[in-house]
Design a protein around this ligand. Sequence first.
Ligand SMILES: NC(=O)c1ccc[n+]([C@@H]2O[C@H](COP(=O)([O-])OP(=O)(O)OC[C@H]3O[C@@H](n4cnc5c(N)ncnc54)[C@H](O)[C@@H]3O)[C@@H](O)[C@H]2O)c1
Ligand SMILES: *[C@@H]1O[C@H](CO)[C@@H](O)[C@H](O)[C@H]1NC(C)=O
Ligand SMILES: *[C@@H]1O[C@H](CO)[C@@H](O)[C@H](O)[C@H]1NC(C)=O
Length: 437
Amino acid sequence: MSKQMSHLDDIPSTPGKFKMEKSPFVHNRLRWHSSLAKLTFWSCIFLGLILIFFFRSPSSNPLPQDPSRRSLRTYNWGGPAWEKRVRSSARVRSHNGISVLVTGAAGFVGTHVSAALKRRGDGVLGLDNFNDYYDPSLKRARQALLERSGVFIVEGDINDSALLRKLFEVVAFTHVMHLAAQAGVRYAMENPGSYVHSNIAGLVSLLEVCKSANPQPAIVWASSSSVYGLNTKVPFSEKDRTDQPASLYAATKKAGEEIAHTYNHIYGLSLTGLRFFTVYGPWGRPDMAYFFFTRDILKGKSIPIFEAANHGTVARDFTYIDDIVKGCLAALDTAEKSTGSGGKKKGPAQLRVYNLGNTSPVPVSDLVSILERLLKVNAKRDIMKLPRNGDVQFTHANISLAQRELGYKPSTDLQTGLKKFVRWYLSYYNGGKKAAG
Ligand SMILES: NC(=O)c1ccc[n+]([C@@H]2O[C@H](COP(=O)([O-])OP(=O)(O)OC[C@H]3O[C@@H](n4cnc5c(N)ncnc54)[C@H](O)[C@@H]3O)[C@@H](O)[C@H]2O)c1
Ligand SMILES: *[C@@H]1O[C@H](CO)[C@@H](O)[C@H](O)[C@H]1NC(C)=O
Ligand SMILES: *[C@@H]1O[C@H](CO)[C@@H](O)[C@H](O)[C@H]1NC(C)=O
């Protein structure tokens, strides 16, 4: 387009050449020439408008049922101004700081981890595709929060290897904190493709670029307690079996752990997987029970409380976000360097997996009672049988390994953590003049 425009610009700059000639034929040709130029000019404008409309219109995704529809979008990245923002965000400001690429930075955990790294002087660059699995305006609000502390979030997909290569070209990241994923257990039956896209293809695309980067970064990434699947032995320890996942989500996280093993083995990438146990807190995820229970209790809507067979208790090892952030930072700080270079392994590299939980499972009915007290509203409880579509009855972390090797020591109980969540919730949804819900 710009080439054509400069061609059009050339025409008025050489009129003298034509004026020299007097023949009517030439005159006609000149008129024909200039009307062709006009036609070309207006065609270009028209085409340009169509293109602008096409790329900005959200309805440019013609297949709403496509499993990876949320990633078919075209993102704008590149250019000197963009590179400058990338560099400045990733610049290390403290003496022994690290420079970290945080994927999923507009997500719940990603926002908190990015802010914590930035606070202590590390270089942080975010990457997120802002998909609409849950309300994207919450992701935008988190982005604005990070923006104020100097963290830039690049808008793009982890399955876009060209973008990832570009990022590593601009910044020599020492670490990657990989949190981008398709989360949620029940949604996997609705949109299985999104799990394959982000948790499998996206992970492989990220590791491919990391293994070729010079120097290779050390990678810390989020697995999940869901890999323990149908296990009944509690508490869950890292050595327990993880080969009976109860959901596609769990299966993709388990696959991620195996893929991590491969990249560690073949290319010498330093890899640490963190199995998070039900993380909650301010800026949390609207698809999780504590979040939508709060919304529905305030609305006077009844909330479903699951019960296992024979009135068995459903319980979760709820873990407060600040404790998870400490675990993530400790994993980054204790990560050894990757050993490969030029895409080749030079020696054995670190491969770790840790549980990050709270070690005290709480029945979901207790969670509701705490929320009732904090919100000063009685909940309408709708007791239901736990469906067999992904949720497990019980999670309980054995965290002695993380305690020993990362110094991980969760310190927030559910009562205290929920109090902070509710305070945030009320100020975010009511303080901002938005209706609760
Ligand atoms: N919150 C929990 O309780 C919990 C428990 C276990 C594991 N995890 C894992 O922790 C990580 C963070 O979870 P969260 O609770 O912050 O979830 P989240 O959904 O809030 O954050 C994930 C972010 O990644 C982005 N994303 C998804 N696919 C992407 C892609 N292909 N390219 C670029 N960006 C993409 C999303 O837009 C989102 O902002 C995830 O890997 C999740 O599976 C979370
Ligand atoms: C991921 O990206 C590759 C191209 O880099 C593409 O061929 C593939 O279809 C994508 N996979 C998914 C699941 O989106
Ligand atoms: C917790 O895991 C450690 C190994 O990391 C093990 O030695 C210990 O026995 C486990 N504790 C329980 C209560 O299962």
